[in-house]
Structure formats: C-alpha cells, structure tokens
Design a binder for this molecule. Structure first.
Ligand code: CUA
Length: 345
C-alpha cells in the first residue's frame, strides 16, 4: 500500500507533462477537427458579440429615465408590431449560418471518415483490432506491411511514425467485449465508440514520435476514469524491434520455474494468457510480454516490480472495483509469481 501512491503520482506526473489538448493536433484527422472547432468558435463568437452588443446597447439606451425616479410617468419608446423585413432578416440570417455550419461539418466528417484499404505488401500500414473491456484495452495486432502478425497485447498501442514521403497510418477496428466505451486520443483523432455487437473503424497517422495520451470517453462503470490510453509512436526501426519481440512466445527462464509452476497452478490462467504456456485465458490482459509495458492497471501506475507485487497482492487497492480480486496467496507464493511475471519481457 505504501508504495502505491508514489507510483501513482509518478505515473500521473509523466501524464501531466503530456499535452492532451484538441488544440494541439498531431495527425491529419485531428487537424481537420480542430479547424472545424476553431471555425465554429469564431462564428459563435461573432454571434455572441452582436447579440450581447445589441443587448448592452438596449440596456443603456432604454435605461430608466431620471423623471421616473422622481415619480413622474416615463415616455414610452415607439411600440413596433409586425415588421416583415425584420421577421425575414432574423429568420434568414440564422438559417444561413446553420446551413454553412452543416456544410463545413459534413466536409470534416468526410475527411476523418476512414476509407480502409486492403492490406498489401509494402503498404507501411498497420491494422489493429481494439477491444474495449471493463476497464482495459485489448490490442490484436493483425497485419503490418501486408505481413500477418496475430499477437495480442494490452493497454499500450505501439505504432510507427510517419514521414513526409512515407505515411504510416494505423487502422483501428473497434469492438467491445461488454459495455460501450469510446476511444479518444485528442491529438490523434476524434472520439469513436466501441459498441457491443457493432464494428467501428478509425484511422490516424502522425509525424510526432513519442507518447500520446488518451482516455475512454464514454462512461463505462466504476473505473471508467482510469481507462487510460497510451499510444507509443516509434521510428520504423524501433517499431520493427518491438514487433519482433511481441511476436515471440514468452521468455523461458529456468531460474523462475517455481513461480511459473505456481502461476499455472493457480486461477491466474482462467483469465490471463502467456503464449507458449498452458495459460490461455482471454478475459484479462495477455501477459506474454507484460514487462515490455511501461504501466500497469491501464496506465494508472508505473510497471515496477514493487507495483506489480502490490497489484498481485490486492488489485482492489490500486483500482477499486476492477474485475481481478485479491486471491489471498501466501506471501511466498506471491513473491514467486511476481518474480516469474517479471521475466516476461
Ligand atoms: Cu471504457 Cu469508459
């Protein structure tokens, strides 16, 4: 418990240093959205200025005259009723404004709507299926450069960076395993919902390497606010290395055989998978390369051995309500299992 809060604060400190503003776009679709947002804000701002200006002028122009304060009757302003030109003007002007906004919104929707190509060799294109779970993200890596991948990871999406002469887009197929979620990385694109029984797609590409942060944007239960998204944008070489590592089955380390045996003998394997072992659960994150991830618990704490031990001891302390219970393992058993997990690089 003592180690949980410093770890959380560290992870949060790193998170706060990252921009998550829609006004700081890092991909073409996010750029289209911010253009529309600014245009709409300008139009709304002009309307605000005109309306407030007329209102303030009226307040000043028709303020209570001094003679009323002295108890004398006021002169009423001229009473106008039924003016065809004014009626037409204030019906037509808002209609035109709304029509204009509908047109530019339609254009933006068209721009951000992904036209998903077929994977083919040398296309520099990544295809990933994202499955929303309460409260974590499953990433099924389908193909890259036309090559089938077929491994599963969780919570941290890795993708290659684009260059001027070599765009490297990622196409996400979005599904849900339980309730509605919404995938939102503000600097990379708009929100797209993950809906049970439905398949949505989104696309983004970025020339900005590094970490891009996001957040589930649809209320999905107790830990909705902690359903964080991390997109790691790497050079093609780094990404290839990451792909090669993820494609391998889990590391076999004879030094942690006791921990592995314990892990496989306990109920861990009902939910978790470790490729190359008897653990084939699909209900919870795939742990094959657990230690290649920077964070635990969907991005809320750093992935350190201490934090991993705290997590295995009682996940409810770190993430109350999460679907993994405390299993009440003996201290020694926990230690061995954590030591085993720690070798899964
Ligand atoms: Cu998932 Cu909110």
């Amino acid at each position: 418990m003592d180690t949980v809060w410093p770890g959380m604060l560290l992870a949060m400190g790193g998170v706060l240093a990252q921009s998550r503003s829609i006004f700081d776009p890092a991909s073409p679709s996010a750029q289209s959205i911010v253009n529309l947002a600014i245009l709409t804000l300008v139009v709304a701002g002009l309307i605000f200025l005109v309306v407030e200006g007329v209102l303030l002028y009226s307040v000043w122009r028709f303020r209570q005259p001094p003679q009323v304060q002295l108890g004398k009757p006021a002169d009423e302003p001229p009473q106008v009723y039924g003016s065809m030109p004014i009626e037409i003007a204030w019906t037509a002007a808002p209609t035109l404004v709304v029509f204009f906004l509908v047109l530019v919104t339609t254009r933006t929707l068209w721009e951000v709507d992904p036209h998903v190509p077929e994977p083919r060799p040398g296309d520099n294109t990544l295809f990933v299926t994202v499955i929303g779970h309460q409260w974590w993200w499953e990433y099924v890596y389908e193909t890259y450069n036309g090559q089938p991948l077929g491994f599963i990871t969780a919570n941290e999406l890795h993708m290659p960076v684009s260059e001027d002469d070599a765009p490297r887009p990622v196409y996400l197929t979005l599904k849900s395993a339980d309730v509605c979620h919404s995938y939102w990385v503000p600097r990379l694109g708009g929100k797209v919902d993950l809906i049970p029984g439905r398949v949505n797609v989104m696309e983004f590409q970025t020339k900005e390497p590094g970490l891009h942060l996001g957040q589930c944007a649809e209320y999905c239960g107790a830990q909705h606010a902690n359903m964080l998204i991390r997109v790691v944008v790497e050079t093609p070489e780094e990404f290839d290395r990451w792909l090669a590592n993820q494609s391998q089955p889990a590391v076999e380390d004879a030094a942690v055989t006791d921990g592995k045996t314990l892990f496989l003998a306990n109920s861990c394997i009902n939910c978790h998978a470790v490729r190359g072992t008897a653990a084939r659960g699909t209900y919870a994150p795939d742990l094959t390369h657990l230690m290649s991830r920077q964070t635990l618990a969907t991005g809320i704490v750093e992935n350190t051995p201490e934090m991993l031990a705290d997590w295995v001891r009682d996940p409810q302390v770190i993430k109350p309500g999460c679907l993994m219970p405390a299993f009440g393992l003996a201290e020694r058993e926990q230690e061995l299992i954590v030591r085993y997990l720690h070798t899964l690089r």
